[in-house]
Design a protein around this ligand. Structure first.
Ligand code: NAD
Length: 436
């Protein structure tokens, strides 16, 4: 089903005939409908529109490995470079059964716009292997990672494509990719991946960077709405890397965190939670369940709690046309990628909710990945204070630029962010021209 916004854009921009629209929770649809709206408002030339919506490279590879029981299993690996006009492709690799080419295409495009919004010299990429890592041993995961890396090695490299961790991949997986790539090249190339262990070329501050970026833009949003930081109440869905760091830093900044949750459910206390105690609890018990500092709350209830700031930091498609009307938060800071569907956008706009969109709100992670790449290439490493200061400067500037774009065109922060990102990528294409 197409929505009215995209239909309107189609008549003006004349996209390809093979355009597909699926459902509200299809990530490619979610990305394209916002892209179309922003492109139409920018009066993007039809030719450039076609270039920007089409991924540059989509690679599908077979990844055969020997399982621990001696049997051979063949997995499917994908790597997509959406656009590299501004620099090497940057984007994570996920190991998950739900990986599809459609999803990887959408995520790669999001990376293009995200890197442009924070003005990094990177394009957008994404990758994945369709597998269930929870059923695999460490040895199997290492063989899978190394074979996948070998299969896509032609496109990898500090100047062409620089992966990072994503769903179900971590520092250890990045170390295996770096080692496999380096073995093929015959020398150590740390800058081929980011999100590595600090001991082998990772950056200080990378682990906290996405949550810290959320803090910076939330402070800016509160200021814009005239809400004092120390009077703000916050609810955070997802208590992993992004959610738990955002919750901890916001509490340290004086905000009152009234609810947090993970995939088993959440904890609510209108007087404010002790976030540090919740982190200690999760370190010992894995999940928030049973944490004595508040009452249980479901993930659905958490989203509609009365609060100033809602931080969805777990999954995509949690704020939809079904629950958007019930959202009571004044600000939504999207820690996760794609937590709000395109249909929900219109409802939130109508209600006047100030949404800091994912391609701005969670860009702190890729920003410090950029710092890691710079440090690896320069062979000179910064202290954590320098990393955090430079991160804050970039996030603050990007927030102000998105606000300026949104105000100038009378659009939401989301469409303002897309317009800023698309405009920067389009400008690069215009200057470079088309290689014939
Ligand atoms: P993570 O795996 O560390 O944490 C995910 C959290 O979400 C966990 O607490 C988990 O229990 C919870 N969760 C899982 N299913 C849930 C459900 N059904 N309902 C509620 N909670 C659920 O992941 P992360 O790195 O924190 O990433 C979270 C989101 O942020 C993802 O969308 C990711 O793409 C995005 N993101 C992460 C980074 C980064 O640097 N880690 C950067 C940009 C964007």
């Amino acid at each position: 089903m197409s929505n009215p916004k995209t239909r309107r854009a189609q008549t003006i921009i004349k996209p390809d005939r093979d355009r597909r629209f699926v459902t509200e929770d299809n990530p490619f649809e979610a990305m394209m409908s916002r892209f179309d709206d922003a492109a139409r408002r920018l009066n993007l030339e039809p030719g450039l529109y076609k270039v920007l919506r089409t991924p540059e490279k989509q690679i599908i590879v077979a990844v055969p490995i020997v399982r621990d029981n001696g049997e051979i299993e063949v997995y499917t690996g994908i790597r997509v470079l959406h656009n590299t006009s501004r620099g090497p492709a940057k984007g994570g690799i996920r190991f998950d059964l739900a990986v599809t080419l459609d999803e990887v295409n959408a995520l790669a495009a999001w990376m293009t716009w995200k890197c442009a919004v924070v003005n990094l010299p990177f394009g957008g990429g994404k990758g994945g292997v369709i597998c269930d890592p929870t059923t695999m041993s460490v040895g199997e995961l290492e063989r899978l990672t190394r074979r996948y890396t070998a299969e896509i090695i032609e496109i990898l490299g500090p100047d062409s494509d620089v992966p990072a961790p994503d769903v179900n991949t971590n520092e250890r997986v990045m170390a295996w990719i770096m080692d496999t790539y380096s073995m093929h090249k015959g020398h150590t190339v740390t800058a081929v991946v980011t999100g590595k262990p600090v001991e082998m070329g990772g950056s200080l501050g990378r682990r906290e960077a996405t949550g810290r970026g959320c803090l910076v833009v939330t402070r800016k949003a509160l200021h814009r709405l005239g809400i004092e930081t120390t009077k703000a109440t916050v609810a955070v869905q997802g208590f992993g890397n992004v959610g738990s760091t955002a919750a901890r830093l916001m509490a340290e900044d004086g905000m009152k965190v009234i609810a947090v949750s993970d995939k088993k459910g959440g904890i609510y206390n209108p007087r404010g939670l002790d976030v540090k105690a919740a982190l200690d609890w999760v370190r010992e018990n894995r999940f928030l369940e049973g944490f004595p500092g508040g009452e249980p709350v479901t993930n659905e209830e958490l989203l509609t709690l009365k609060c100033d700031v809602l931080v969805p930091a777990a999954l995509e498609n949690v704020i939809t046309s079904k629950n958007a009307r019930d959202i009571k938060a004044r600000i939504i800071c999207e820690g996760a990628n794609g937590p709000t569907t395109a249909n929900a956008d219109a409802i939130l706009d109508e209600k006047g909710v100030f949404v800091v969109p994912d391609i701005l709100a969670n860009a702190g992670g890729v920003t410090v990945s950029y710092f890691e790449w710079v440090q690896d290439r320069g062979g000179y490493f910064w202290d954590e204070e320098t990393v955090n200061e430079r991160l804050e400067k970039i996030m603050t500037k990007a927030f102000d630029e998105v606000v300026a774009m949104a105000d100038r065109h009378g659009v939401s922060m989301r469409i303002g962010a897309y317009m800023l990102g698309i405009d920067r990528v389009a400008a690069m294409h215009r200057m470079r021209g088309l290689y014939a």
